[in-house]
Structures are given as structure tokens and as C-alpha cells.
Design a protein around this ligand. Sequence first.
Ligand code: 5GP
Length: 112
Amino acid sequence: MSETIFSKIIKREIPADIVYEDDLCLAFKDMNPQAPLHILLIPKTPIEKIADAALTQQSLLGHLLLQTGKIAKQEGYDAFRLVMNNGADAGQTVFHLHIHILAGRPFDWPAG
Ligand code: 5GP
């Protein structure tokens, strides 16, 4: 997998507003927020997109999901929306798996 902007953020080669970090993942504010809270949560290990994740990464993926609620709460929100874009046709622009954590405004359903 080629280097992405997110691997550079992990390596601190470019700055980001980091709100959470542990051995497995990093969470930082989206540079172009779509809601009052817009966090990107990424695994430190590079996986291009969710469809490329392996069975051996099951616990890592579970870890990411479990962190979303903790991060939202830490930032002051109980209600939030999670978004994962898988592939360019679904709107993915950075090919390092990430979960968008959005909160602080009403969200339409079905999602746009
Ligand atoms: P995607 O469209 O791939 O699901 O989401 C990529 C997200 O990364 C977008 O919301 C975009 O604003 C954000 N993003 C792209 N480059 C950077 C960056 O250098 N720093 C930060 N903080 N966010 C970025």
C-alpha cells in the first residue's frame, strides 16, 4: 500500500489536531469538518479500505469501533454518526481505512 497523508500524520510528518491515540489507532480532527464534531479514527497499521481488511484484523476493527463511543463522549457527545467510505465510487478520497465520527447537528436518513 502506498503512503498516504494519514500515514504521514501517524509519523508526525504533517500536523493534525490529535484527540486520541493508543497502540493501535489514532484519532484527529478532520481538516474540512462536516459537523461541529468531525473526527477521523484510523488504525496505525495501513489498510486501504474496510473491504481489504483480513480476518486476522478482526480484533483491530472491533477495537476501532469500541473507541468511537469513547472518543465522542470525550469530546462531549453521546449521539453521533459513523461513516466509512469504501472505494472511490463511495466517496473515499484517502486510501487508509478511516471511520468518520460526526456529531453536533441533525443527520438526514437515508444518508446522502
Ligand atoms: P474520505 O473522503 O476518504 O472518506 O475522507 C477523507 C477525509 O480526510 C476528508 O473528510 C478530508 O477532509 C480529510 N482529510 C484529507 N486530508 C487531510 C489532512 O491532511 N488532515 C486532516 N486532518 N484531514 C484530512
